[in-house]
Every structure is written in structure tokens, then in C-alpha cells.
Write a protein that binds this ligand. Structure first.
Ligand SMILES: [Zn+2]
Length: 404
């Protein structure tokens, strides 16, 4: 056998071996649809129950978003993860803490917030998603309050308090984290509440939420199934599932990744939100723009997480966050002129259908999937060590799409 023959035999053997060893990761990368155009969606959770100043913050946000359009004339959309209720602090102040009393988004003090949400949705710049009836499990919060004075103060605040002030573990709605490690909640109550909160969303907004975003990204398969049964069709995730917290409060994650387009129990479609842009925490828009470009190169949408806390209370920090948001959209528009703006619900619709947003040309798909393979760190290293990087690179060059 000639030297060239030996090299070829080596490369073929190594390619086959790597394909066998990494078959699951490679198959998952291949299964995930490839988007043909950049997609930018802003996702902001925690809006709803809380300070009345949210109404003005939402209107300011809507004004920023309305300044921009994509080539199809669409404004950028910020999805709001809505929290539909919280403690009726005035009632609990007067009646004591023996029982939990609920104040909802359609009760008088919160009507201005509710109206600002609907106005933004009408302007095509806000889209409403279910975050939770509450941002906690009321029974757990009440039990924890019996032991912790600061929680009692929170429940009887003179103004409507912010759920962001609660201890992080108690903000996880679908587990009992009154003591750590967390314990599961009774399954029948979880199922009933997941269905009830969808009905509460319908009461507030007149339609079933198409998209749900689990608070603190912790939820169970029972929640998924109950949401799906109640009409939810899409679940936003961070790319992995957690149902519990350990003794230090950290999330315990299940093995395995969730990818865009995967399906839940009950057939909800999963989307992955993993670009983080929280200007109030010092994040700069330039880094987020880089993340959006990186997502696009991998044929994935950029769902950008940007919590309500960036825009509240009114003041310098909130103004800076609005400025940063404007810069982000402006720069993405310049760097990726074919960027498309849409809501998360619309994006899920594209994944479900035979939309022209999904790449169907085989070579173009292979090209992007090779980039995804390169993102699997061990595979990339072994490809360099064994020399299989050479045929991989040749395949990458040969599948490069011609400019449209
Ligand atoms: Zn939240």
C-alpha cells in the first residue's frame, strides 16, 4: 500500500470511529433545524404583578422598539413573561397572615400595567407569554414566612413588592424549596395549578398563552403535560431541564440538552433562550451583538434574555438599559441586514411548518451543521489530533453556499 493509501485508510478509519463515538451529539446537531436568516427576539420576564411604574417602563420600551423595522417592515418584538398575580398586601395587612390573599393583574392598582401590555401588543412591539400565575408557590411562601420575618414584611408591604426581592430558591415555582435541598410538590396539585394558571391568563388577556416560560427555568414534565393539555404550544428553556435544587440552592440539571424544535411530553415545541443581556448588571450591548452573530452562524435564532429589573425603577440605570437596547438593535440591523424580527410564538410556528425560514438545501445545511460539530469541544480536539480535520475542512469548503 502506498503512503497516500495508508493516510487515506487512516483518515477513513478515524472518521468512522469519531462518527460512532459522537453519534448522539452529531445526530442532535443534525436534527435541529437550520434557520436561513438571522432572527432576533427580545425576551423579558417578570412583568405584571409589582410596582405600578411598570406601566411607564413598558411604554418607554415600546417607544424604543417602534423606532426600528426589519426589511419586511416588522418592529423588533419584546416578549413579556407575565406574572399574573401576587399577594394582596393591603388585605393581608389588615386580616393578618393566616391566609394567602391574591391580587391579580386585572385588579384596580395594576390596571395601568395591564393596559400598557395590551397597547404594546397592539403596536406589534410586545408579545404576551405566560411566566406564572405567581412567581412562587403560594403555600411554600406562606410556610417560609411563618419562620422568616423579612418574608412577612414582603407580604404586607405598603406598596406592591417586587418578586425579584424574594430569596432566589423561593422564586422557583414548581418545587418546594422552603428547605434545601428542594422537595417535589404534590403531582395532582401541580397539574391542577398549571391548568388553572393558563385559565387565569385567558381571564386577563382573552386568549390561551401560546408560549410559557417557567420561572427560574425550573419545571417538571407534569407541568409540561398540563400546560400542553390546557393549550400552551411552546416552552422557552435555557437548553436543559431542572426540577430541583441541591442543599446549596444550586439547580440540579438533567443529563441531555434541549434543542430548538425538540418536543415535550404533550407535544409542546421547545425553544432555547441563551443569550444574556442585562445592562443593569453591566452587560454591554457589543457582547450581546457578538452572541447574536454567533447564533446566526449556527443557524439558530437569538433569543435574548433581558429581565424587567433592567427597566425598574425609573432613573439612570433604566435609561441606560433603554439606550443599550437601542444600540443593540441598531448594530444587529447593520451587521445582519437580513435580520428578521418576530415573536417567539411566530418563531415556533416556523419550526412547526415547512416555512421558508428553514434551510432545505442539503449542502447549505451540511455547511452549518459542520459548524455545530466544530462547537463540540472534544470532537474538535480529536479531529485535530487524528487529522480528520482535513476532510472535515474540505467538506466545509465544498458546501459553502454561494452568496444569494
Ligand atoms: Zn422570572
Amino acid at each position: 500500500m502506498t503512503v497516500i493509501g495508508l493516510i487515506l485508510a487512516w483518515l477513513i478509519a478515524c472518521t468512522v470511529a469519531l462518527a460512532v463515538v459522537f453519534r448522539h451529539a452529531m445526530a442532535a446537531a443534525w436534527r435541529e433545524p437550520v434557520l436561513r436568516a438571522p432572527v432576533l427576539i427580545l425576551e423579558s420576564d417578570d412583568w405584571g404583578y409589582g410596582p405600578i411604574e411598570q406601566a411607564q417602563a413598558l411604554r418607554s420600551l415600546a417607544d424604543v422598539l417602534a423606532r426600528f423595522r426589519d426589511d419586511a417592515g416588522r418592529h423588533p418584538v419584546m416578549t413579556l413573561g407575565v406574572v399574573l398575580a401576587g399577594p394582596d398586601t393591603a388585605t393581608m395587612r389588615s386580616l393578618g397572615l393566616a391566609r394567602y390573599h391574591r391580587l391579580t393583574l386585572t385588579d384596580q392598582p395594576l390596571l395601568a400595567v395591564h393596559e400598557a401590555m395590551l397597547d404594546g401588543a397592539k403596536r406589534g412591539v410586545l408579545a404576551l407569554q405566560l411566566h406564572g400565575r405567581e412567581h412562587y408557590w403560594p403555600d411554600c411562601l406562606m410556610r417560609a414566612a411563618a419562620e422568616r420575618p423579612q418574608l412577612r414584611d414582603w407580604l404586607i408591604s405598603t406598596s406592591l413588592p417586587r418578586t425579584e426581592e424574594l430569596p432566589s430558591e423561593l422564586q422557583s415555582r414548581w418545587m418546594d424549596a422552603t428547605a434545601l435541598p428542594s422537595a417535589p410538590l404534590p403531582v395532582d396539585r401541580v397539574r391542577a395549578e398549571a391548568a388553572d394558571e393558563v385559565r387565569a391568563f385567558v381571564d386577563a388577556f382573552g386568549a390561551v398563552p401560546d408560549v410559557a416560560v417557567p420561572p427560574t427555568f425550573a419545571w417538571t414534565r407534569d407541568v409540561e403535560a398540563a400546560w400542553a393539555h390546557a393549550g400552551v404550544r411552546t416552552i422557552v428553556t435555557p437548553g436543559r431541564r431542572s426540577e430541583s435544587r441541591d442543599a446549596t440552592g444550586r439547580f440540579i440539571y438533567e443529563n441531555g440538552e434541549i434543542r430548538n424544535g425538540d418536543r415535550s411530553r404533550g407535544d409542546c415545541l421547545f425553544l432555547v433562550r441563551d443569550v444574556y443581556f442585562e445592562p443593569a448588571m453591566g452587560h454591554d450591548h457589543r457582547r450581546a451583538v457578538g452572541d447574536v452573530v454567533a447564533k446566526t452562524r449556527l443557524g439558530r435564532p437569538a433569543l435574548i434574555e433581558m429581565h424587567r429589573m433592567n427597566f425598574l425603577p425609573p432613573g439612570d440605570t433604566a435609561d441606560r438599559a433603554l439606550d443599550q437596547l437601542g444600540h443593540l438593535i441598531d448594530e444587529v440591523r447593520k451587521l445582519l441586514p437580513d435580520v428578521r424580527f418576530m415573536s417567539t410564538s411566530e418563531l415556533a410556528g416556523h419550526y412547526r411548518s415547512t416555512s421558508d425560514l428553514l434551510e432545505r438545501r442539503m449542502t447549505a445545511r451540511v455547511h452549518v451543521v459542520l459548524r455545530r460539530f466544530a462547537g463540540i469541544s472534544r470532537l474538535r480536539k480529536l479531529a485535530w489530533i487524528t487529522g480528520t480535520i482535513v476532510p472535515a475542512w474540505a467538506a466545509y469548503a465544498a458546501t459553502r453556499p454561494r452568496p444569494r
